[in-house]
Design a protein around this ligand. Structure first.
Ligand code: ZN
Length: 70
C-alpha cells in the first residue's frame, strides 16, 4: 500500500475510534446518523467525521489533518 494511502486509512480509523464511546452510548437510540469525508481546506486535505443522535439532539465532529505527521 502506498504510504500516503496507508496514512489516510489510519486517519479514518482514528476518527472512527474517537466516536466509539458515542456509538456505544446511543446504539439504542432512533436516528443515529453519521458520515465521514475528506475535504480540502486552506489547500490541505482534512478527514472530517461527524455523528448525530437525532433522538437526543446532540452532534459531534472530529477533524484530522490527513498529511500531518505523515
Ligand atoms: Zn441518543
Amino acid at each position: 500500500m502506498p504510504r500516503e494511502l496507508a496514512h489516510r486509512a489510519r486517519v479514518v480509523t482514528e476518527l472512527l475510534r474517537s466516536f466509539e464511546t458515542y456509538f456505544a452510548e446511543h446504539r439504542e437510540c432512533d436516528g443515529l446518523v453519521g458520515s465521514i469525508a475528506e475535504v480540502t481546506q486552506n489547500e490541505l486535505p482534512w478527514g472530517v467525521a461527524w455523528i448525530e443522535c437525532v433522538e437526543c439532539g446532540v452532534r459531534w465532529e472530529q477533524r484530522r489533518a490527513v498529511d500531518a505527521g505523515g
